[in-house]
Design a protein around this ligand. Structure first.
Ligand code: THG
Length: 266
């Protein structure tokens, strides 16, 4: 599983003040802890700072890469912010989070994917908005994959994100996301499938229960990347178990290793 550690995000109430006061130590500690917990990428997001997102995102990139070697996930809807993050990046191949099939955003972000030889998360939405059905989502995914690969992006560098909508706002949204994942992974086995896991549980009680259960279903549907909190030991435990059960962990090696290290939190 390609784990994108989500903790360095300005929308988080606990983290925002650290970004606000440029608290190097707090940010670096979060980066190190996520890397040690098994993150493959560190997501950095300064989107709540409307006026100086660019400066703050650049600072986050520089601050994080002083203490960890793993690559960054540069998280912004604003192509100018992404560019600032990419310019500051020194940690190897980053992932751009994200591109969509909105005409303006696609045309602004694609050249950066190529110029910086980055991977890219592609959200299933276009200028008509957020698609309601799995077929509409899959059509957008297909279109983005065709356009990206035609431009020279390798399938392994594309992460399709079905865009998870809260289950509390529509009882079909869990199924729509899972079906989108299953169809995309079947049609394009080399393309990665990912999502922001916790979106599923917005607005309902016992969110962690829903996130964990959805994670298991998503692994079964073929999801091989996730934006999540790697410091959540119970969530990580479900991840190890789900991967073993779905045949994604040969001889349960990772599961057994985590068991021996005392890292299964049950
Ligand atoms: N897809 C992609 N990128 C994304 C998302 C996605 N980036 C942002 C977001 N969604 C994923 N990142 C987070 C980071 C933290 C939390 C959720 C998603 C989180 N939220 C808690 C909550 O909502 O209750 C805590 C809030 C708080 O403490 O203030 O922890 O879908 N490509």
């Amino acid at each position: 599983m390609i784990i994108i550690g989500e903790k360095i995000n300005s929308t988080l109430k606990a983290i925002r003040p650290a970004i606000e006061r440029y608290d190097t130590k707090a940010i670096q500690e979060l980066a190190v802890r996520q890397a040690e917990a098994g993150a493959s990428y560190i997501d950095v997001n300064a989107g709540m700072f409307f006026k100086d997102e660019l400066d703050r995102l650049e600072w986050l990139v520089k601050t994080v890469q002083e203490v960890v070697d793993i690559p960054l996930s540069i998280d912004s809807p604003n192509p100018l912010a992404i560019e600032r993050g990419l310019k500051a990046n020194k940690n190897g191949k980053p992932v751009i989070n994200s591109i969509t099939d909105e005409k303006e955003r696609f045309e602004a972000v694609l050249p950066m994917v190529l110029e910086y030889n980055a991977s890219v998360i592609a959200l299933c939405m276009d200028d008509t908005g957020m698609p309601e059905t799995e077929q509409d989502r899959v059509s957008i995914a297909r279109r983005m994959i065709e356009k990206l690969t035609k431009a020279g992006v390798a399938p392994q560098d594309i992460f399709i994100d079905p865009l998870i909508r809260p289950i509390g706002t529509g009882s079909h949204y869990g199924r729509v996301a899972l079906e989108t994942m299953r169809i995309v992974k079947t049609e394009y086995p080399d393309v990665h499938v990912t999502c922001g896991l916790s979106n599923i549980s917005f607005g309902i009680p016992e969110r962690k229960l829903m996130n964990k259960t959805f994670l298991v279903a998503a692994v079964a549907a073929g999801m091989d990347g996730a934006i999540l909190d790697p410091l959540d030991t119970k969530l990580m435990t479900f991840l190890y178990a789900a991967e073993a059960l779905m045949g994604k962990d040969d001889f349960c090696m990772e599961y057994l290793t985590k068991y021996r290290e005392g890292k299964l939190d049950v």
